[in-house]
Design a protein around this ligand. Structure first.
Ligand SMILES: [Zn+2]
Length: 94
């Protein structure tokens, strides 16, 4: 199951729902700004092929602090300088 729990409300949402609420433009520390599909809390996502984490950014220097992680089968991620291209099963985000 490709779901990721929210560090704020604890509710798990499918990664595709998180990505629908994320900005594909890269935020500091190669993360993406996103909102929890359930509680609207602002979070950051970090994605690697096969793996996703939700967490927050530390103050300067900006570092991504993962709070929850999940193995996501079929997740493909490519960094494109200023944004990220994501493929998950049949869907794509960029
Ligand atoms: Zn939440």
């Amino acid at each position: 199951m490709s779901s990721l729990p929210c560090p704020h409300c604890g509710g798990a949402s499918p990664l595709a729902s998180w990505l629908d609420r994320a900005d594909a433009k890269l935020a500091p520390a190669a993360s993406l700004r996103a909102q929890c599909p359930r509680c609207d809390a602002e979070t950051h996502l970090a994605l690697r092929s096969g793996e996703a984490a939700v967490g927050s950014l530390s103050p300067a220097p900006a570092m991504f602090r993962p709070e929850r992680r999940a193995q996501i089968a079929g997740l493909e991620v490519r960094e494109r300088f200023d944004h990220i291209a994501i493929a998950l099963e049949t869907r794509r985000w960029r």
